[in-house]
Design a protein around this ligand. Structure first.
Ligand SMILES: [Mg+2]
Length: 259
């Protein structure tokens, strides 16, 4: 019945909150330090944001405001977080007095640091063996709204198909992110399952397309539409798949009941 499984990444195959915090602060701290050293070697005064010297807290707040404004001004790029960050940093550095070419270069360097830090994710201990076992039976894909570099992430070798939904300008819940994955997996929605932690971005769009869905959540506070099951952690996925494969027409999950 099932031929393919698509996976969300952040907060499905690893916990992401600490990674984003470290990445957000880390790449900006790196930029200010590297830029400061470069300017002082050239005997230039420090860059100023408005009246005050460019600093970590105010600079990050200004950077966020610029990203939010750009996402409104260029709505098709609202989910392409790397593009938004690059443009926002270029703008900010130019506003602080760097010339255009230096601003472009330093924004790109900061984003290199961003991607380096963003890749420091720690997959759940079960994830590697789980995906290896599933790959023997199903075609696997990753579909993410995040801007982790998909070819470099630690579980990349398990995913012959990997969709950066924001970069194809179709961030989830846009069905095109899922349809692109299904097309590349050469399967149909009813023969695929999506596994993800976000009700709105993973589960609702997958279910609307007619995919099976496994909601990775500890919340048991909402009714589940047909084809959707809840698991508290990806380690429960093999049991769910075994149950589905053994009894595809059974209306409710045996033992635990509808979850
Ligand atoms: Mg997620």
């Amino acid at each position: 019945m099932l031929h393919a499984i698509t996976f969300d990444l952040d907060d499905t195959l690893w916990d992401n909150a600490g990674v984003m915090e470290r990445t957000e602060h880390g790449h900006y701290r790196w930029l200010l330090a590297a830029l400061g050293a470069w300017q002082s070697a050239r005997s230039e005064p420090p860059l100023a944001l408005g009246e005050a010297a460019l600093n970590q807290a105010d600079g990050l707040a200004d950077y966020l405001v610029r990203r939010q404004r750009l996402a409104v001004e260029v709505p098709e790029r609202r989910g392409d977080f790397t593009w938004l960050r690059l443009r926002a940093l270029e703008e900010q550095l130019e506003a602080c007095g760097l010339d255009r070419s230096a601003a472009v270069e330093w924004a790109a360097a900061a984003m290199n640091e961003f991607h380096h830090l963003r890749l420091q994710v720690t997959p759940h201990p079960e994830a590697d063996a789980l995906l290896a076992a599933l790959a023997g039976r199903y075609r696997l894909a990753a579909i993410t709204n995040g801007n982790i570099q998909l070819a470099c992430q630690p579980l990349a070798h398990h995913f012959p198909v990997a969709i950066a939904a924001g970069e194809i300008l179709a961030p989830k819940p846009d069905p095109r992110a899922f349809l692109t994955a299904l097309d590349r997996l050469q399967t149909r929605p009813e023969h695929a399952m999506h596994v993800g932690d976000s009700w709105a971005e993973d589960i609702v769009p997958a279910a609307e397309l007619g995919m099976h869905a496994a909601w990775v959540s500890e919340r048991a506070d909402r009714p589940l539409p047909p084809g959707v099951q809840r698991i508290a952690h990806i380690r429960e996925l093999p049991e769910l798949l075994a149950w589905l494969e053994a009894s595809p027409r059974r209306p409710a999950r045996r033992g635990a009941g509808p979850r």
